[in-house]
Design a protein around this ligand. Sequence first.
Ligand SMILES: *[C@@H]1O[C@H](CO)[C@@H](O)[C@H](O)[C@H]1NC(C)=O
Ligand SMILES: *[C@@H]1O[C@H](CO)[C@@H](O)[C@H](O)[C@H]1NC(C)=O
Ligand SMILES: *[C@@H]1O[C@H](CO)[C@@H](O)[C@H](O)[C@H]1NC(C)=O
Ligand SMILES: *[C@@H]1O[C@H](CO)[C@@H](O)[C@H](O)[C@H]1NC(C)=O
Ligand SMILES: *[C@@H]1O[C@H](CO)[C@@H](O)[C@H](O)[C@H]1NC(C)=O
Ligand SMILES: *[C@@H]1O[C@H](CO)[C@@H](O)[C@H](O)[C@H]1NC(C)=O
Ligand SMILES: *[C@@H]1O[C@H](CO)[C@@H](O)[C@H](O)[C@H]1NC(C)=O
Ligand SMILES: *[C@@H]1O[C@H](CO)[C@@H](O)[C@H](O)[C@H]1NC(C)=O
Length: 798
Amino acid sequence: MTTFRLPRRSSSGRFILRACIVLAVTVLFFLVARVSPSSRVTRLVSHNDNTDNFYYRDNTIYVDPFIGTSGPGHVFPGATLPFGIAKPGPDMTGNDNQAGYNPSGIIRGFSQLHSDGNPSYGNIQVQPLAGEEWEIWDYASLRIEGSQVASPGYFAIGLDRFNVTVEMTAAHKTSVFRYDFHNASKVAVMINVGRDLMESFMGGMINLDRDKRENTRITGYGTYRPSFAPTGAFKVFFCTDFNLKPSSAALFDDQLHNETETTLTGGWGGLGALVQFDTMTLEEPLISRVGISFVSEAQACASAEDEVPAFDFDLTHMAAKKTWEDTLGKIRVDGGTEDDKVLFYSSLYRHFISPVNKTGENPKWESSEPYYDDFYCLWDTYHGVMPLYAMTHSQPLAEMVRGLIDIYRNEGYMPDCYMGMGPGYSQGGSNAEMPLTDFLVKHGANYGGVSWEDGFQAMMKDATVEPMYQGWTVHGRTDIEFYSENGYAPAPEDSTYDAPQRSARSASRTIEYSRNDFAIALAAHQLGNTSVYKEYLARANNWINLWNPDVEEDGFSGFIMPRYQNGSWDLYPPQFCGPTLNHFSCFLDSRGGEFYEESSWIYSFSAPQDQIKLIELMGGPEQYVKRLDHYFDKGYHDMGDEPAFLIPYLYNWAGRIDKTTDIIRTLLRTHFSTNSSGLPGNDDSGAEGSFVVWSMMGFYPVSGTDVYLLSSPLFTETSLLIGPNQVFTIVANNLTDTNRYIQKATLNGQPFDRSWFRHSEIAGESGARLELEMGAEWTGYGVKKLPPAITGDVSWVQ
Ligand SMILES: *[C@@H]1O[C@H](CO)[C@@H](O)[C@H](O)[C@H]1NC(C)=O
Ligand SMILES: *[C@@H]1O[C@H](CO)[C@@H](O)[C@H](O)[C@H]1NC(C)=O
Ligand SMILES: *[C@@H]1O[C@H](CO)[C@@H](O)[C@H](O)[C@H]1NC(C)=O
Ligand SMILES: *[C@@H]1O[C@H](CO)[C@@H](O)[C@H](O)[C@H]1NC(C)=O
Ligand SMILES: *[C@@H]1O[C@H](CO)[C@@H](O)[C@H](O)[C@H]1NC(C)=O
Ligand SMILES: *[C@@H]1O[C@H](CO)[C@@H](O)[C@H](O)[C@H]1NC(C)=O
Ligand SMILES: *[C@@H]1O[C@H](CO)[C@@H](O)[C@H](O)[C@H]1NC(C)=O
Ligand SMILES: *[C@@H]1O[C@H](CO)[C@@H](O)[C@H](O)[C@H]1NC(C)=O
């Protein structure tokens, strides 16, 4: 999780209207599904089948965009397309309003750009006004209690102060608003460039063209700062038109300029336009359209005219919904409760809010390569979100990978975090290595038009060239020279547990660097570079250099500990930085010392590249299992933070898939729900959602490798459309909550007895079918042929 603001719980909202709609639609869906025998679509067995059938289901009905909008989730519930630029939604006051919405806040306006989990953006505000009781600096409104409604591509809410209902939908670069003024006679729409969610406005311009389209056009731009970066600024250009003719329009800065001005520039005190309408003459609902560009006003206008030519709100909404049906239709589940499906598809939905496809909107360099922004951050999303794309959205992922490589070509390094068109703070390693390798080992070097010559160079640069230090670096790996020579990042000389000098994170960075090196090794292997493969496979063991066998807690010995340059230890209590001890002193904005956001209990489990070695260091499989049990029992696990996501699956390396099965079910039920405070931590662009999606499907990726670890599905049948004619289906026969353990299995009809599988095993030309027989007791499934490890019998590479 990555935020300057500490999570704070606020009272949870209730969304009765929304619930009623979901219920009504769901009931309708089942009525329809019942009478149509063809709706029970059977599994696609061969590539001759028409995969169009796969899309027959509308999974958008299960999406509740309000899940995680209360408390620490920071979820964006507004309207957007998958990877869309335009994200209209309300900006509300209060803590935990990172994505604009806050169930207990006051609405300050509706802005056009947002990000799930990230307080950047909230730019180009629009606010409808009615009556006389407002000023250009005072127009915030309470919502009408219970008036909020949201579904993929749609958001609506009522403003109590003005008795106005505002609906919004989105095309790729254009927001569309429809207003219901409830018979008020004098109404207006305000456009405010000078206010943004972060209050980072640095200046801008606004133009009023009264003749354009007969209905007044307002264009302009604002310059703002990104939220998670030491430097940088980005310009947002916009173009607003209305479907109806206004009665008057005027610009404002710190005061209203009536009738004469056509251009204003400004830095402080507001900058905007006020467009008034006489409702007595309105023959249809008022609609406004806001085109967005990062290049020019002309491009913002051209996009708006192209995407929403006739101001048709319903058509734009239907198109958005259809796009979401296709996106969410790629995974189909059967079985489970209605609530399970709502949790599943809402979590899946949030995978596609960001990153954002800004191809054609890059103001920084000319390129024919794709440009994606708002990776917030790869540190968060590499675990589950990026591997999910590698499964069902490999085309967009190929574009993202090309975009990351193009950032390296033009800015010198791939980013770890990127938003507002610039790199943000690195929190650990250079984690672009993870999705690049994940994609490469699953799809090969010839898929998607990626230049692996440059891609490999970009990774090697991370691993070899010291980045410029800016307090916190924004790319590459700090201390890479020392690390390359000595095998660990050193703790600062003047830092101790009692008096950390700064959050140097040397222990957690070492863990991540060695995992990034492992990714480079696998990429080198895939690309046929044997010398780099060997060298980096050795570097992947560097985490062992921080293994201190003498540190002991709760009867368990051996922990990752920081070391100074001279090799001596900088000892920390193993719980420090975890949920049980000084958790929030280890975040970006505090002096946490050597472990970033989580404790040594977590980081000591965090070398998936060699769990067999770790088991040996921890005293054997039994002791390792005991230690995992203890870790969960004592609350050392943090379901709200990404470094912990893989740990529940580690039991598989000790041959105990039954324990994985149990803990996953417990974690899902304890930490996630379908209410508005149903997330345990910042969603960070779908990261929390990704833990839910994979875990409910019954397996989890070891990111940066081609391996998945099995647990046990929550659905009797899950099918993923992984290529044009490739469907991977998992069937769990006799699954109930009690019958949760795999007894035996077949993969494509052949006996299968492992607790893991490779991507190539399920991505054959016609997909694959994994059939599991479930039972009430674990009878030893998965004890043999443990998952790959650097040490041990099963190699990562084939
Ligand atoms: C808001 O508008 C609705 C519909 O015209 C009306 O029934 C209601 O009384 C209005 N509420 C207020 C507070 O004016
Ligand atoms: C709005 O005004 C029209 C015409 O005066 C009237 O027919 C209609 O019932 C009113 N609607 C509401 C919701 O008050
Ligand atoms: C500008 O002035 C006219 C005449 O005084 C008035 O009718 C109109 O509402 C004003 N426009 C704005 C945007 O304040
Ligand atoms: C990203 O945007 C570009 C330019 O509009 C488009 O060609 C491409 O298809 C988009 N990618 C996806 C995955 O939608
Ligand atoms: C190593 O460096 C640390 C930190 O500067 C210092 O406290 C310690 O005494 C040194 N140990 C040795 C053996 O020189
Ligand atoms: C392997 O990669 C390294 C680093 O980019 C390069 O120097 C070397 O020439 C490559 N070797 C082969 C056989 O391609
Ligand atoms: C919402 O879900 C969370 C997480 O499962 C739970 O702790 C909380 O009690 C739930 N709140 C309500 C109002 O149901
Ligand atoms: C699963 O159920 C079927 C029929 O419902 C039964 O024949 C079979 O024995 C069951 N298998 C297991 C492993 O319980």
